[in-house]
Design a protein around this ligand. Structure first.
Ligand code: AMP
Length: 216
């Protein structure tokens, strides 16, 4: 099972990603966690991205793409699946990720979209701020992250729908109910996706990605 999670901040990507990973015994690759770990360890990369994370801005595409290419190669060595949480965040990443997957014969077979409205997301993130103290969980930064999501991330969802791999779930409900719906949906697709070899999957027309973003 190879799952991409596309969701606004606060929709429960981290929680649901971890549950899916445990359920299927596959690695949970969370770009935000990998970046925060670099910041905490004060690596060169961490120092380079720290301010962007605090402002809620996306870090440069190359940074996350290198990280994710390495993580997917590692996932391939360890088995056949992954849950990628927090990537792709824009059109360039969606395209590059598809090409990385194609090269490794590890393209995603499900794009899982968690839906929730902005006011609920803001409420949840402010509640999380009180517990975790993340530098990007202040109200102005939360609003900035949501604006970026709507502007440059959400259009990808249409592209996954047109590829026929989109599963959309209402994430406004309690965690356990959302999790149950996700695992039921993924389980029902499992035998199908696990028995289609990568070489038997038809290549994707990447021009459709530009169209999802209103470009030719
Ligand atoms: P998240 O934990 O997914 O909410 O991500 C936290 C922050 O990490 C984001 O606001 C970005 O600054 C950065 N980030 C995570 N994933 C990406 C990505 N795929 N592309 C660019 N920046 C990212």
């Amino acid at each position: 099972m190879r799952v991409l999670l596309v969701a606004p901040p606060g929709a429960g990507k981290g929680t649901q990603g971890a549950l899916i990973a445990t359920h299927f015994g596959i690695p949970h690759i969370a770009t935000g966690d990998l970046l925060r770990d670099h910041v905490a360890r004060e690596t060169e990369l961490g120092r380079a991205v720290r301010d962007r994370l605090s402002r809620g801005e996306l870090v440069p595409d190359e940074v996350v793409l290198d990280m994710v290419a390495a993580a997917i190669a590692e996932a391939k060595a360890g088995g056949v699946g992954y849950v990628l949480d927090g990537m792709p965040r824009n059109m360039t990443q969606a395209r590059a990720l598809y090409e990385i997957g194609r090269g490794l014969q590890m393209t995603a077979n499900v794009a899982l979209h968690l839906k929730a409205d902005d006011e609920e997301l803001i409420r949840r993130l402010l509640a999380r701020a009180a517990l975790e103290g993340r530098s990007d969980d202040t109200e102005p930064v939360i609003r900035r992250r949501l604006a970026i999501y709507h502007e440059v991330t959400h259009p990808i969802v249409d592209w996954y729908a047109s590829r026929g791999i989109l599963v959309s779930v209402d994430a406004m409900r309690p965690v356990d109910r959302v999790a149950r719906q996700i695992l039921t949906a993924l389980e029902s697709m499992r035998s199908l996706v696990e028995h289609v070899p990568e070489h038997a999957r038809r290549p994707i027309d990447l021009t459709g990605l530009g169209a999802a973003f209103g470009r030719n």
